[in-house]
Design a protein around this ligand. Structure first.
Ligand SMILES: [Fe+2]
Ligand SMILES: [Fe+2]
Length: 443
């Protein structure tokens, strides 16, 4: 109850003297007192005023106190009810007391002190009940609000996540567009480097689809593929007009520096540290014979190993404009031959295997030749599995022959001949591809 609202006490008795005594008793309290001489009059008061406490006599002519208090529940359910009853009526009153939700009953004549203390307790109780009710209402409103928030929380989180995702995708799109625009600008200075870089990046992207990399690793490799030859902007005009086999020693030195220059072009960009490293190592060879740092195997960043493959493939396939089937085949065959030497063999397998969606590669139509054991040479690549006449398996296709391996084949053939000969890739075809790929390997 607020401070400004005084509690209202309704006194009901048909004896005017009793009402007066009660009024006197209540003088010391800061309350509003209403008096009624019977049930009907009291009900009128109840309908028109807020009531905190009702003190009613039991025995009245028109309506008993129990009946009045019982009816008052419907009008003022929170009001506290006290019944005054004569000693003779006590039994019958007790039976009816619950229906009136009566808090206390006091027998007449009452003791002032006891009645006053019951009245004070009742007023405090009422205040407490009202405070609880208010708290209940607040809790109910808050619970409702919480329930509403919970019901929409998931929806709002989903909406915000989608918005953030869209913004990120938009950012990434514009970032990749900037990178592509950059490689197109490169093309203005270096004919074909821009489109070469875009093709390399598409090939690399295709290989990455089969790998389980996180978003940052994936994006770094794609960006590095676009920018891998950026160091070539340092080439003088004279060098740009020449082919790889006509480079002078000094020009060769410039060419060998382009990965390092490329690295220094991009390393200053915040977050491009990994990209710069991939650019630096895109000419390392799997066996350690590349440049600039002679890294080998898995010591070469994955992105650089992937770019090495896509770069060589693209240089051979596009050496004379748009590639035909044969050139694509030659390019893939070259990767297979140099697998383990220039290129990461596991990645080459993945790149060239048509069964897993790899690059076009018809081993059947690659240029092969049947040779005798005596004609085998170091570095020849076996085009078909080798079996002896008795069916013993000797070597798998794609094996690159070393002198030790040839000696071994000769020894085996002495006891178990290989009379149908050995199919290898044509040396001149290999040489031709190697010459073409020399440009890719150094450029
Ligand atoms: Fe390069
Ligand atoms: Fe390149």
């Amino acid at each position: 109850m607020s401070q400004s609202e005084k509690p209202t006490i309704l006194l009901v008795d048909d004896e005017i003297g009793i009402l007066k005594s009660l009024q006197r008793l209540l003088k010391e309290l800061d309350v509003t007192v209403l008096t009624a001489s019977g049930g009907p009059e009291a009900l009128v008061f109840m309908k028109n005023s807020p009531i905190t406490l009702i003190i009613s006599d039991q025995r009245m002519p028109q309506m008993t106190g129990v009946e009045l208090l019982s009816r008052s529940r419907a009008i003022h359910p929170n009001a506290i009810r006290i019944l005054l009853t004569g000693y003779a009526d006590l039994d019958s009153t007790m039976q009816a007391i619950n229906s009136g939700a009566i808090r206390y009953y006091i027998t007449k004549p009452w003791e002032d002190e006891l009645l006053l203390s019951r009245i004070k307790e009742s007023l405090e109780l009422y205040d407490m009940l009202m405070d609880n009710k208010r708290l209940d209402e607040i809790t109910h409103v808050q619970n409702e609000e919480l329930r509403r928030l919970n019901a929409t929380l998931e929806e709002r989180v989903e909406k915000q996540t989608a918005e953030i995702k869209n913004q990120n995708e938009e950012l990434l799109r514009s970032f990749m567009e900037t990178i592509k625009a950059f490689s197109t600008i490169l093309e203005l200075r270096l004919k074909d480097v821009g489109s070469h870089s875009q093709r390399v990046s598409s090939l690399v992207k295709k290989m990455l689809q089969k790998m389980d990399l996180n978003k940052k690793e994936y994006q770094d490799i794609i960006v590095a593929a676009h920018l891998h030859d950026i160091g070539k902007v340092s080439y003088p005009d004279t060098l740009l007009k020449k082919t790889a086999n006509t480079y002078t020693k000094t020009e060769m030195k410039t060419v060998l520096k382009h990965p390092i220059l490329g690295q220094s072009c991009v390393i200053a960009i915040n977050g491009f540290e990994e990209i710069a490293l991939i650019v630096r190592h895109h000419h390392e060879h799997f066996d350690g014979s590349g440049y600039p740092d002679y890294l080998r195997g898995s010591g070469i960043p994955l992105g650089a190993r992937l770019i090495r493959i896509a770069d060589a493939y693209d240089h051979i396939a596009f050496a004379h404009g748009y590639p035909d089937e044969k050139r694509l085949n030659d390019a893939a065959a070259y990767l297979v031959r140099e697998s383990g030497i220039i290129f990461d063999p596991a990645l080459v397998r993945q790149f060239t295997d048509p069964d897993t969606g790899g690059q076009y590669y018809h081993k059947e139509s690659a240029e092969t030749v049947l040779v005798t054991i005596g004609e085998l040479k170091n570095n020849m690549v076996v085009a078909e599995n080798i079996y002896t006449d008795s069916g013993m398996f000797v070597l798998p296709r794609d094996a690159r022959l070393s002198m030790e391996m040839i000696t071994c084949i000769i020894k085996i053939a002495r006891y178990d001949p290989i009379s149908k000969g050995i199919t290898v890739y044509r040396a001149d075809a290999a040489e031709k591809s190697e010459n073409e790929s020399l440009q890719s390997a150094i450029g």
